[in-house]
Design a protein around this ligand. Sequence first.
Ligand SMILES: Cc1cc2nc3c(=O)[nH]c(=O)nc-3n(C[C@H](O)[C@H](O)[C@H](O)COP(=O)(O)OP(=O)(O)OC[C@H]3O[C@@H](n4cnc5c(N)ncnc54)[C@H](O)[C@@H]3O)c2cc1C
Length: 585
Amino acid sequence: MQYKTDDGTPPPASSYYCIVGFYAIGVLIATCVFDLFFYVEYLHDLRTQPLNGEYDYIIVGSGTAGSWIATRIPSDNVLILEAGPNRNGLMDVPLFLPLLQGTNYDWHYQTEPQTQSCWAMNENRSRWPMGKVVGGTHMLNNMIHFKADRKDFSNWFETNAMLDRFMEFFEHDLWSNVERGFTTELGHVFIDAAKSLGFTEDEFFHPFVTTRHGRRWTTAHEYGTVHRPGHERMTNILVERVIVHAGIAQSVLVSRAGQRFRINARNGIILAAGTIGSAKLLLHSGIGPQSQLGQLGIETIINLPQVGKNLQDHISTGSELVLIRNPLNLHPVDIVHPKNVFHYFTGNNRESSLSFGGCEAVGFVSFGGNYTSDLQFMVLPAGLSSDGGVHLRKILNIKDSVWHDYYEPLLRMGQSVVTILPILLHPKSRGEITLRSSHVRDAPVINPNYLTSYEDVNVLIKGIRLLQKITQQPPARKLGLEFNPKPFPGCTMQPFDSDAYWECYVRSVTHTIYHPVGTCRMGSTGADSVVSSSDLRVHGVQNLFVADASVMPGLPSGNPNSVAMAIAEYFVRSNFPPSSVMPEK
Ligand SMILES: Cc1cc2nc3c(=O)[nH]c(=O)nc-3n(C[C@H](O)[C@H](O)[C@H](O)COP(=O)(O)OP(=O)(O)OC[C@H]3O[C@@H](n4cnc5c(N)ncnc54)[C@H](O)[C@@H]3O)c2cc1C
């Protein structure tokens, strides 16, 4: 394929500068507006204090799981503590989701340098955005709602009764705020091409997304619709640690703008601070591996060796791997077109790209393992270079040399690209989170150890090979999909298209899919886990629970947000008698 326009000539340089200019101005305006909202909220929050010094329950974190628990907990004396500010309507526009990364609404985490992966990234580090806002990471995510299957959780729980209780979330469709989203031609073509290889519509389809009338709808939005007198939510407040006395979690130490205070919980403290936040909080509270805590001068309250261990993430590969002959209808001008904006505001979500969360088709593939699927595809109608190199390459941390060598020439030649990501669903590699220091405001050390197991590389190569077949099917050829013929910088010593070449490629282009889990895994004892799978109570501590993505022992065979909701519901059902649980809607 030639990097040229329809009539065979490269586009004029002015079109390159127009794209760069459009996105540079757009990103600048969006960043300023988000900053403005953030500081207004922050100043407002400085004036608020908790009404009481003691509550029945304290929930730490108002993300996917925390807001679900807040909605469903049958108690009218609850305090919710959130490190970030309140959300705003601009954040509900799905297409703006990448713009939130790197703002004050993001924790700005990044991994340690990786030895076996991320070679195309600055210092071999992967950026890990996470929501620091009411709604948590559900406010930053692509909103894909995954309906999980019982088979994937068969070894998560000790008894069938527990598994049954967990599965009730999916089997009773307790989260019904989903819609089919906007699609371009690409999504349909990809699904048709997969079908011509024998895949079914249960395997390749347009996903449901968590929107309402085309706007982002999170568990925090849902919480806003229920009337919970006696509940209080404080924002812009950091929980520093949990105070445990005589084996009972009694209070939390919190801080805001240099002021520290303590709030008590009579019946329970529920950590829903996410895969990084919950593990970090336990470690700062002296609950974790004794030797590690000792080295940092933190007194060990409970020696729980598994805290921070078992870190797992979905990873993928393949930016600018697939080229497309003609651009899809996602041109910058289409985005700001009055008709597009009109459709957004009239709730005509399937017509407006503003309602688009990024992914228009998914595919699930089994290689015969123990899970429902081993590989997932996510299809996005644009590439890393589609915004002129203004924002996406920064949030993905691409090295300048790689950008100039591989990505930028496509942009300058006016070559349209799409992104079809083969995703490793069940990695064998395991990482961990440890504390960098005893200072609570220091980011932890995040080491996912991506691709340290060769089996993980193998699955991704199988994914690329399958993608090659899909793009060779007649529907895909008709649309003009084709693999990028240019060898990736740093991999040119391997014969192009050999397995050795693709190994180098996946170790270079290692993209997180932003699904870390597992650092407070559930299980039966303190030797193998952090919380009990029967009720999500931290081993050895009364009244302390963890209920969020961190308790997953492994990754689901798909996007984990719904599974974090299911865990939150499981927490409520396990700890409160069924008659006292909030009625189903
Ligand atoms: C870019 C991106 C795209 C994604 N796309 C999808 C998708 O399409 N579908 C899907 O299923 N999943 C997706 N995910 C993953 C999904 O959003 C997460 O798995 C899910 O939100 C995790 O929920 P959680 O409740 O465990 O944590 P979170 O939602 O992150 O909630 C944790 C909350 O706790 C707060 N907190 C943390 N520490 C403290 C503290 N010390 N004091 C006070 N508050 C604290 C945080 O600010 C946050 O609000 C995506 C993630 C990202 C980053």
